[in-house]
Design a protein around this ligand. Structure first.
Ligand SMILES: Cc1cc2nc3c(=O)[nH]c(=O)nc-3n(C[C@H](O)[C@H](O)[C@H](O)COP(=O)(O)OP(=O)(O)OC[C@H]3O[C@@H](n4cnc5c(N)ncnc54)[C@H](O)[C@@H]3O)c2cc1C
Length: 475
């Protein structure tokens, strides 16, 4: 691994050693693409067969599989800024097999076998993304090392039993229990008391996947318009300030930004998630930490945090932050407040005390789409030709591929096993109006923070406050 870098030293010295050298500017992952020339701008009205709104993974995967299924289709993607501007260019890079919203809710409605099928599809989807990357020459720097979940206090250790019981019920997920020593042998996280590992996960470079995928769809004849903000979606058309695209099928892939579209304000809550990334660690630090398998990493805190090791020897970690802003407002370009980046900095140094002096290279934030029931969905109405996919909360990197394949099947009229998965056609009620939405989110996150503090101070069982917050949030 490279030794610790000294780039940005002047900026950091001026701001103090703990201040990230860069804040916002979309994300660390998107920085290499800042100077890439923009795609064509929409200039006037046009006709197409399929108009897709949003050039994140959902929109791009949908375009990719549609073009594969029927190369004669005229497909356009309309992106308000640049490819990968949203969560797809900013995420934690966990290409993992999660069912958003969990197994049990789906099982109650659709039966156990349907959920087993869903889980198997998501496991296979991790490999499908890796296979397309190989086929299309997309270097997403993928390393499939599985995913490690670590318990760092007694209450967390006791929660492992709940996960083991869940794993016995849903063996397709592939989760196995690890002793403290086995967990530390993978990644030496301070205070580790036990762990869980599952194999269906790869770390990736998020923006390289998004940008590489956009190139792949362009090679298949799809036009990706950038700087084309859609102001309204209606049957047969997507309107922008610079022209209207008329199409038999109009598919919405706008995730956390959906709230800005007319009629969709309370559909998906735009929840923020924030990240920091360190400068590269020294070889000695890596010798202490291990992490040779490039597992994605999280702990069992109620306030969720997720991390990965990058191939150039950095640690990227995300989570804690200002989760939600009044009236679904959110920052643009990823600017992140001090409380958030300092909390993430403290956390990564708690996990790995040896890196206390390693500077933080960059911090940024992005927005997730959260449905009221916390379950993602793929929707398509064959009569109107309107469709949508999203609501992945923090688990869309893999699910967007399955959603894109499913939308492609639905639009082309193919009745396949994936068009019958439990998330297809699923609807949920709208979020509460303000000020309830803002208040509830603050109370819930305050409760999770309180519960984590109590457990780290010695509470040996899961805090009741966290259980109540789970019930209120519907998580
Ligand atoms: C910080 C962070 C960390 C995350 N970590 C992980 C992780 O490790 N693993 C995981 O599985 N998931 C993670 N997620 C979630 C994951 O990134 C998303 O679920 C996924 O990228 C969603 O892809 P998408 O294409 O649906 O949405 P987005 O990537 O948000 O794309 C939507 C696109 O639509 C465009 N758009 C919006 N409105 C309009 C409009 N009106 N007109 C035109 N274009 C419009 C936007 O500019 C954007 O480019 C994370 C998210 C964040 C923010």
């Amino acid at each position: 691994m490279p030794s610790r870098a000294s780039g940005n030293d002047a900026a950091r010295t001026a701001a103090g050693p703990d201040v990230p050298a860069r804040n916002g500017d979309i994300s660390f992952w998107m920085a290499p693409f800042a100077d890439t020339p923009a795609g064509p701008a929409l200039d006037g009205d046009l006709e197409a067969d399929v108009a897709i709104v949003g050039a994140g993974y959902t929109g791009l995967w949908t375009a990719y599989y549609l073009a594969e299924r029927d190369p004669s289709l005229r497909i356009v993607v309309l992106e308000q800024h640049r490819v990968g501007y949203g969560a797809s260019g900013r995420n934690g890079g966990w290409l993992t097999n999660s069912i958003t919203g969990g197994h049990d809710g789906y099982a109650a409605k659709h039966g156990v076998e349907a959920v087993r099928g869903f889980q198997n599809e998501l496991n296979a989807t991790v490999d499908e993304v890796l296979a397309v990357c190989a086929r299309e020459g997309i270097d997403a720097e993928a390393v499939k090392g599985g995913s490690l979940l670590v318990a760092r206090n007694e209450a967390q250790r006791r929660r492992i039993a709940t996960y083991v019981a869940h794993a016995e019920k849903w063996p397709e997920e592939g989760v196995v229990e690890l002793s403290a020593a086995e967990s530390r042998a993978r990644v030496n996280v301070a205070d580790t008391r036990g762990g869980l590992w599952q194999p269906h996960c790869a770390r990736i470079h998020p923006a390289k996947l998004a940008v590489g995928l956009a190139d792949a769809v362009r090679r298949r004849g799809v036009t990706v318009y950038e700087g084309a903000r859609v102001t309204e979606i209606a049957v047969g058309q997507a309107r922008t300030e610079r022209g209207t695209v008329r199409a038999r099928h109009v598919l919405r892939a706008t995730e956390g930004f959906t709230t800005r579209l007319p009629g969709a304000k309370r559909d998906w809550l735009p929840l923020n998630s924030s990240m920091i990334i360190t400068e590269p660690l020294s070889d000695a630090m890596w010798a202490d930490i291990g992490w040779q398998g490039f597992e994605t990493l999280e702990d069992l805190s109620h306030v969720y945090a997720y991390a990965q090791r990058t191939p150039d020897g950095r640690i990227a970690i995300g989570g804690r932050g200002t989760p939600y802003r009044w009236a679904s407002g959110f920052d643009t370009d990823g600017l992140t407040d001090r409380a958030t980046w300092s909390s993430l900095t403290a956390l990564v140094r708690e996990w790995f005390p040896a890196i206390a002096e390693v500077p933080i290279a960059h911090t940024w934030s992005g927005v997730l789409g959260v449905p009221r029931n916390w379950r993602a969905t793929v929707q398509y109405d064959a009569v109107t030709g309107l469709g949508a996919a999203g609501g992945y909360v923090g688990t869309g990197v893999t699910a967007t591929n399955l959603a894109g394949r499913t939308l492609a099947d639905l639009v082309t009229g193919a009745d396949t096993p994936i068009t019958r998965l439990p998330w297809v056609g699923q609807r949920t009620r709208k979020w509460e109006p303000e000020p309830l939405r803002w208040l509830a989110t603050r109370v819930i996150y305050g409760a999770y923070r309180y519960a984590d503090r109590a457990e780290f101070r010695g509470l040996t069982r899961t805090s009741r406050v966290a259980r109540i917050a789970d019930v209120i949030s519907g998580r």
